[in-house]
Design a binder for this molecule. Structure first.
Ligand SMILES: *Cc1c(COP(=O)(O)O)cnc(C)c1O
Length: 381
């Protein structure tokens, strides 16, 4: 995916002039910097970025420029990327299962914060990581509530095991902390509440005063017209509940948003390849491309259609079945999409809020998936 150096006014200007036949992701640096500042100004603690949600170099550079000083990394690739683009930033290696060569790599790169959710993986860290000035956060899980997607299915210790691990972390001379991830696209601020209260129970049962509580990612981006992300309300709830739960032992707070940081900084334009016999719409992008997440966590309704001259289609809405370009029948957007009835071959379907888990899931299945990126001043079509 190449990034052209020209900066365009908005997506329709680019589409009208370039007439791209490949899918295009439009990136607005002003939008990602605004998202970063909203977290930095509002969140009552340290703001880090979950690199996996969109590791595009321009994203990291703009977050750094906006003042983000920490990055949640899950792999050697991500650690090296951050060391190169933001050499002074803190790296939190928060993938709780690591091969020994990955741990050695992190130690060599000066990583000072790790998460863990099992006794066997904690033993590996104790064996390989020098404890001085190094944090180990114990990750725990609760039965899911309020999330669009269950993260606890793979990672997280039970509350009881978390207390045992935390005791062991402290005894081994590491800085003891706790972390959790409430799920992704949590539109209800209360998704964080029971986790924060349980974290206080875990620490007190272990008899350990924790240095930091990392409340994970999971903050929503703007996917549905009727559901505006309640970030400030969520920050206020996290702040209040942490004080209530921990009292005098209140830890410093950390968050690691992915989608809420990058999601609304990108808009997708997928071209209509065909309207088959006037009914089914076929796009040049689909679930094997940048729209991989839509069947998992739900479709985005912030969509519009523009013609090849850049004019907005305004025909009466008709529900349509929409397919991606591959020959696999699962390559279909979920449900029926309400699209203007005058949608035609050569039009573009514009989908807003497409910055997270899109670039990274784009595969080259069936030879499709060549993606372009263009920088714009504004994402307004
Ligand atoms: C994926 C992930 C995140 C980011 O999640 P979002 O829902 O995109 O905010 C944060 N922390 C951890 C440990 C993750 O695995």
């Amino acid at each position: 995916m190449g990034l052209s150096k020209t900066i365009w006014s908005n997506p329709s200007e680019y589409l009208r002039v370039e007439q791209p036949d490949n899918p295009v992701l439009f990136f607005a640096p002003t939008a990602i910097q605004a998202a970063a500042r909203r977290f930095i100004d509002g969140f009552p603690g340290m703001v880090t970025y979950a690199v996996k949600s969109n590791p595009t170099e321009e994203v990291i550079e703009n977050l750094s420029a906006a003042g983000v000083r920490g990055y949640d990394c899950a792999s050697m690739f991500e650690i090296d990327l951050i060391r190169r683009l933001a050499p002074d930033a803190a790296i939190h290696y928060n993938n709780p299962v690591r091969a020994r060569h990955e741990i050695a790599h992190a130690v060599a790169k000066g990583v000072k914060s790790y998460s863990v959710d099992s006794a066997s993986e904690l033993d590996k860290l104790i064996e390989m990581v020098p404890p001085e000035g190094t944090e180990i956060s114990v990750r725990f899980k609760l039965p899911v509530a309020g999330a669009a997607y269950n993260f606890g299915a793979k990672f997280g210790a039970t509350s009881e095991l978390a207390s045992e691990l935390l005791r062991k972390v402290a005894d081994a001379g590491f800085i003891p902390s706790i972390t959790f991830h409430p799920g992704t696209q949590c539109t209800d601020p209360h998704a964080w509440e029971s986790y924060i209260r349980e974290a206080a129970v875990i620490a007190s049962r272990a008899g350990v005063t924790i240095a930091r509580l990392n409340v994970g990612g999971g903050f929503p981006n703007h996917r549905l017209h009727g559901v505006t992300p309640l970030l400030e309300e969520t920050f206020a709830l996290i702040d209040r509940v942490t004080t209530e739960a921990f009292g005098a032992n209140r830890p410093l707070l950390v968050c690691e948003p992915g989608r809420a940081m990058c999601g609304d900084a990108f808009t997708l334009a997928a071209r209509v390849k065909a309207v088959r016999d006037g009914t089914h719409v076929f796009l040049n992008d689909g679930v094997y491309g940048t729209m991989n997440e839509l069947p998992l966590i739900g479709v985005i309704d912030r969509m519009e259609v523009v013609s090849s001259t850049g004019a907005k289609r305004t025909g009466e809405v008709v529900p349509r079945i929409v397919f991606g370009p591959t020959c696999d029948s699962v390559d279909r957007l979920p449900g029926d999409l309400p699209l203007p009835g005058d949608i035609a071959e050569g039009d573009w379907l514009i989908v807003h809020g497409m910055g997270s888990y899109s670039v990274v899931t784009n595969s080259r299945f069936n030879g499709f998936g060549e993606l372009q990126m263009a920088t714009v001043l504004s994402l307004k079509v």
